[in-house]
Design a protein around this ligand. Structure first.
Ligand code: C2E
Ligand code: MG
Ligand code: MG
Ligand code: MG
Length: 289
């Protein structure tokens, strides 16, 4: 009987795998044509707020993809698909170029942060891609920041560090994203070149209820201060969370409480036409260059 059940489990498992693989390929195909035609893929921007002044100190670019027959697909679903194919380079190039061009047109001259995937690091392609995006947009180099996760650096430590050093040589800053969630050791902070630490939202959201999480937020903020880098608390959703991370020493915050990711005005109109949402609901209010 056990053998029978085992067989059945096996069959169900492989059936599921088959569907997953099929779904993956479909997604990959659709993403490929969306990137090729430059259609239905957008950048949203979320403000990063300086807690001392209450002012926006920069914006993070977050990719968005809309499938007309399925709705919005989360980057946490399609970035891994892109990473497992050569699409990640095309996606990365799109994001870098678009973010730099958008930011070059911002009246307030604020910096833009761009996420870079593990798969883009350590292959000697990223630096030239960054250089090309800066040249094409005319964006001043000190207005670009690259966000990488610790895990991304750990995958190919020597290669990743070489890339990050080259990027910093261009005058571009590097932020360590989702800090505290990777299987990292503090030793790595010695060798990773970075200018900013972003504390993962999971700690921030736990911190109001759990003293341990609050202690971790405080310790990371203290570490940042000692290292001379800015610490940003991500995923701040409530006033209580805001108060707590400020008390724990974070210099900047990012989260739904102070601003949701939203597109620039010109994209908002395209998105409104595509999804039927009202453009006034979805815009950052930032005009196109
Ligand atoms: P991330 O870089 O850590 O980005 C922060 C994520 O937290 C974003 O999710 C953002 O929408 C979300 N967020 C912001 N404020 C709050 C909040 O108050 N509460 C909660 N619960 N979430 C908040 P998103 O846009 O879905 O992106 C998820 C991840 O996908 C990003 O995490 C990043 O790792 C990746 N990603 C997004 N855009 C890109 C891109 O252009 N390139 C690459 N390689 N990865 C990207
Ligand atoms: Mg990020
Ligand atoms: Mg993050
Ligand atoms: Mg993340």
């Amino acid at each position: 009987a056990a053998k029978k059940a085992g067989k059945r489990c096996y069959r169900m498992f492989s059936e599921k795998m088959r569907i997953d693989m099929y779904e993956r390929l479909r997604l990959q195909e659709r993403l490929s044509s969306a990137l090729r035609d430059n259609r239905n893929i957008f950048l949203y921007y979320q403000p990063i707020i300086d807690v001392k002044t209450g002012r926006t100190m920069g914006r993070e670019a977050l990719i968005r993809w809309y499938q007309p027959d399925r709705g919005w697909v989360s980057p946490t679903d399609f970035i891994p698909v892109a990473e497992n194919s050569d699409l990640i380079d095309r996606l990365g190039e799109f994001v870098l170029t678009k973010a730099c061009c958008d930011a070059a047109g911002w009246d307030d001259g604020l910096p833009v942060a761009v996420n870079v995937s593990a798969a883009q690091l350590g292959r000697d392609t990223l630096t030239s891609m960054v250089r090309a995006a800066l040249a094409r947009s005319g964006l001043s180099h000190d207005r670009l920041e690259i966000e990488v996760t610790e895990t991304a650096v750990l995958n190919n430590e020597a290669g990743a560090i070489r890339d990050l050093l080259q990027i910093r040589d261009l005058g571009v800053r590097v932020a360590l994203d989702d800090f505290g969630t990777g299987s990292s050791s503090l030793t790595h902070l010695l060798s990773f070149p970075f200018d900013k630490i972003k504390i993962d939202g999971s700690f921030v959201q736990d911190a109001v209820q759990r003293k341990k999480a609050a202690a971790i937020v405080g310790a990371i903020a203290g570490l940042g201060a000692r290292l001379g880098v800015t610490t940003v608390a991500e995923g701040v959703e409530t006033r209580d969370q805001l108060r707590l991370v400020v008390r724990e020493g974070c210099r900047a915050i990012q989260g739904f409480h102070t601003g949701r990711p939203a597109p620039m005005e010109n994209d908002a109109h395209v998105i409104a036409a595509l999804t039927g949402e009202s453009p006034s609901w979805i815009t950052t209010g930032i005009k196109a260059p």
